[in-house]
Design a protein around this ligand. Structure first.
Ligand code: CAA
Length: 390
């Protein structure tokens, strides 16, 4: 049976996230965007009301919420401001590989720090010369006794400036391509430097930095999963987190759709509200359909995970469709506002700027299409992968 009816608990969770977005995020979102203000005060409040680390397992003191629950929260927070939502949610991306590959001891230490001490964590995969092509990374990890020594730079790292922990991918066998990458959990110390905070087009309240590891020593117990199996860990992580990005894209799209709908009922041209013109009605109708389908694809990709099933294809469908929909809807919202849409005094230009990153981070829309094409054209290979990673 296919049934997307939310339980009472899920409705209450969505309401909690919506109230938080409405009262704590929306009122400051445009101001924080203007100045690129780091939203520590809002992160603190999100932590206090239980909207952070939502997938942290119950055995380590977390709420252990489902992937669908997480998507409900992310859509609402991003409806408030996707930059602030990204800052609140980034721990989840960094935590997924720890959850998948960390020992009990490491998970306890890590999740306890996130949950009890409000620690922040960043996911460090991308490098200046290795974005879509993950296996092109150059960061090295060399084993020395019971430690690994890390050297290299990671760029576009969300929350990088403020993180206490980094989930870092590095080459342990540089000649082995994707089969020579390992993942490590790294606690910040003096050998970790923040080289650059990016000044961005959108999501300006989120922090994006370059992080360099300079002879950073990591105890071997912080190796996540097996040595040289880090690439798969990264891919499995992205399968788990792309539904959340799709949910955020849906939240941005919904916000733009709501603003445009309200504006079209108020703005009078040719003697009637512009909502009376079919040209505008069709734009509104297309927006409504895209928000609806983005949410359905997102929930579908999350529910598969909650059922313990592989969701690589559905996760890419959701991320690709929702991100592209957010870009289209926010662009159309600016169009509906006309000249006012182009002006910062009105809300929709920020949403258009924020939507752009949805088509880029956690795998560009082109990479999602690549995954979709491979999964569609080579299903046998995919079945083999599913068996290998089950
Ligand atoms: N689950 C498990 N295993 C998987 C997998 C999955 N979803 N996808 C691939 N694999 C396995 C394959 O089975 C294969 O295994 P073998 O070694 O046994 O052969 C191996 O991984 C290599 O797979 P591919 O041949 O498909 O690898 P590829 O080099 O062609 O790359 C890719 C595939 C889809 C392009 C991948 O590199 C990719 O997703 N790139 C985008 C990276 C990305 O999303 N970066 C975002 C960074 S995070 C971020 O943006 C957040 C932030 O903070 C800003």
């Amino acid at each position: 049976m296919v049934d997307f009816t939310l339980t009472d608990e899920q409705k209450a969770l969505r309401e909690l996230a919506h109230d938080f977005a409405e009262k704590e995020i929306r009122p400051v979102a445009w101001e924080y965007d203007k100045d690129g203000t780091w939203p520590q005060d809002i992160i603190d409040k999100a932590w206090e009301v239980g909207l952070m680390n939502v997938h942290a397992p119950e055995e380590y003191g977390g709420p252990g919420l489902s992937y669908l629950d997480g998507c409900l929260i992310e859509e609402e927070l991003a409806w408030g401001c996707s930059g602030i939502a990204t800052s609140i949610g980034a721990n989840g991306l960094a935590a997924a590989p720890v959850h998948l590959g960390g020992s009990e001891e490491v998970k306890k230490e890590y999740f306890t720090d996130l949950i009890e001490n409000k620690a922040l964590a960043s996911f460090c995969l991308t490098e200046p010369d290795a974005g879509s092509d993950v296996s092109g990374m150059r960061t090295r990890a060399v084993r020395k006794g019971d430690k690994y020594v890390l050297n290299g730079s990671k760029c576009f790292i969300t929350n990088g400036t403020y993180a206490n922990w980094y989930t870092v991918y590095a080459k342990t066998d540089p000649d082995a391509g994707h089969r020579g990458i390992s993942a490590f959990l790294v606690r910040r110390d003096d050998t970790v430097t923040v080289d650059k905070k990016e000044d961005k087009l959108g999501q300006r309240a989120s922090n994006t930095a370059t992080i360099t590891f300079n002879d950073t020593e990591v105890d071997a117990k912080y190796l996540l999963g097996e040595e040289n199996k880090g690439f798969k860990l990264a891919m499995m992580t992205l399968d788990r987190t792309r539904p959340g990005v799709a949910a955020m894209a849906t939240g941005i799209a919904r916000a733009a759709f709501e603003f445009a709908t309200e504006y079209s009922k108020e703005r009078v041209q040719f003697g009637v509200p512009i909502a009376m013109h079919q040209a505008i009605q069709f734009m509104i109708a297309d927006m409504a359909t895209k928000v609806h389908l983005a949410r359905l694809a997102t929930w579908n990709s999350a529910v598969l995970l909650d059922q313990g099933r592989r969701n690589t294809l559905e996760s890419s469908h959701a991320k690709r469709f929702a991100a592209d929909a957010a870009m289209e809807i926010t662009t159309d919202a600016v169009q509906i506002y006309g000249g006012y849409g182009f002006i910062k005094e009105y809300p929709v230009e920020k949403l258009m700027r924020d939507a752009k990153i949805m088509q880029i981070y956690e795998g560009t829309s082109q990479i999602q299409r690549l995954v979709i094409a491979r999964e569609t054209l080579l299903p046998r290979r995919i079945e083999e992968q599913a068996t290998a990673t089950a």
